[in-house]
Design a protein around this ligand. Sequence first.
Ligand code: PBG
Length: 353
Amino acid sequence: MAIKFGRPIEMRDTPRRETALSAPSLDLVVRPRRNRKAEWARRMVRENVLTTDDLIWPLFVADGHDKRTPVVSMPGVDRLSVDQAVREAERAVKLNIPCIALFPYTDPGLRDERGSEAVNPDNLVCQSVRAIKKEFPELGVLCDVALDPFTSHGHDGLIEDGKILNDATVTVLVRQALVQAEAGCDIIAPSDMMDGRVGAIREGLDAAGFLDVQIMSYAAKYASAFYGPFRDAVGSAKTLTGDKRTYQMDNANSDEALREVELDIAEGADMVMVKPGMPYLDIVRRVKDTFGMPTFVYQVSGEYAMIMAASHNNWIDGERAMMESLLAFKRAGANGILTYFAPHAAEKLKNES
Ligand code: PBG
């Protein structure tokens, strides 16, 4: 389904010559506006660029055949049956998007306390990886590791007496990562925020011979209101009991993000991620400056939904807001962006080149 933005806002952008009617000259020598006088001049001094290489496209997969179900809180985003996910993978290849990310909508009947479906080698994510890799072996495929799309309580980990268990959860996450790697996944992306999971997953992957499977850790992941529409998409919004504040980070913290990132690097993460995106650009910048690692950022579902909702009301120019938000991540130091706008941004970049 093609997404529709609101009507574009007309912008005048022509250089002017000062006339006698203007205010008297200030006798300025330094005029920063000179470098902004025309598009060619702005292009010469532009510090950051967005390219399709920067984009990772998250897709939601669900049961069925030839089926697409719109996610109401994410206009333009559908849950896709596996065959349709393969078609979107083809679109990614044609648009030169290097990598897609897969998230499942698990049938409620398959969800249980322990998230057992996560370790089923034939679950929706594994089926999708196999189908996509078969047709498009050159497209990067990233799989999220966490139990929330599979648990009846909507948490990322196992629960006992109302507490999220750390070490027992990590054991399951390693098995989840292994079934995904066996299916052909290129990048394992743990989003659960359990302590020690990156090291355990690295060890598990290496022991099973998956030496080249990369880990992109959701290293600094905050407990955020901006995940709401995603939880609609994977069907965990209604089932989630309580919140995720005992494992996801406190919004108020910044130094702690550096400690989290440092740990994940020490445990073997190849790439690190900050999430959400726009409200945490300061964290992206600090992480990049401190570690110089390949640093990614997730423009999450709520950020997408806000831009789309305002755009549909004609309150903002959605397409320009999209491009501005994506460039902001580059300016903050990100090497890449997980974004639901990926195909639309890639189309725009293609048309402009
Ligand atoms: C699952 C996970 C979440 C997102 C990515 N992986 C939700 C959560 O932690 O509750 C959010 C992505 C988005 O909002 O777009 N652990």
